[in-house]
Write a protein of this length. Structure first.
Lengths: 114, 113
């Protein structure tokens, strides 16, 4: 398996623009997580899905952020409109079950909002 | 989940064992100790986890004290590629709900040539 695949790896955009980050989890993994990492706040969980259903979105910073998982092999994290403070590395991770804390992370998408 | 305390940074000579400590004095009986690492510009990588017994895999060994209030991650023969931030996390394990991993600041391990 190729692991968790994220795209784009790097995104530079201007304030106010819409940003869409994409994630393909490992096949067979029922859980998908979106994390954000900044120097100030470290790694934070934004939202996670179980069997394509959002379970906990309490970490989503505000209504400008939305996440979807239309099927078991694809998820998106959208920011609209983007702001400079959204600049961060966004990681997607997947895991096999609820019991395990063994998450498999992607390489991340580095977002810069000018 | 219980909080953990780790030194912010450590150095280790290449080829020597790297021993990374973690304090989790408020850990509960049903909380596991997890270790992850994050190499620069990469996503976090799972290393190992345990409940009360010592654990070993191809990457590392995990030593948990008898009272479970602290643990040590051991990289037996550190290489330059082990330079990374190492995170110690405690987490409740149970089925039916995926409790998130809470990453702290971790320990920056630098392996020196």
């Amino acid at each position: 398996d190729a692991g968790v695949i994220q795209s784009p790896r790097h995104e530079v955009t201007e304030m106010g623009q819409e940003v869409t980050l994409r994630c393909k989890p490992i096949s067979g993994h029922d859980y998908l997580f979106w994390y954000r990492q900044t120097m100030m706040r470290g790694l934070e969980l934004l939202i996670y899905f179980n069997n394509n259903v959002p379970i906990d979105d309490s970490g989503m910073p505000e209504d400008r952020f939305s996440a979807k998982m239309p099927n078991a092999s694809f998820s998106t994290l959208k920011i609209q409109p983007s702001e400079p403070r959204d600049s961060a590395v966004y990681f997607c991770a997947s895991s096999l079950s609820a019991a395990t804390g063994e998450l498999f992370f992607g390489e991340g998408s580095r977002l810069t909002v000018l | 989940d219980a909080k953990t305390t780790q030194p912010p940074s450590m150095d280790c000579a290449e080829g020597r064992a790297a021993n990374l400590p973690c304090n989790h004095s408020t850990i509960s009986g049903n909380e596991y100790v997890y270790w992850y690492r994050q190499i620069h510009s990469q996503g976090p990588q799972y290393i190992i986890h345990g409940l009360k017994n010592n654990e070993t895999n191809e990457m590392a060994s995990l030593i948990i004290t008898e009272d479970r209030k602290s643990s040590t991650l051991i990289l037996p023969h550190a290489t330059l590629r082990d330079t990374a931030v190492y995170y110690c996390i405690v987490r409740v394990e149970f089925s039916g709900s995926a409790r998130q991993l809470t990453f702290g600041s971790g320990t920056q391990l630098t392996v020196l040539p």
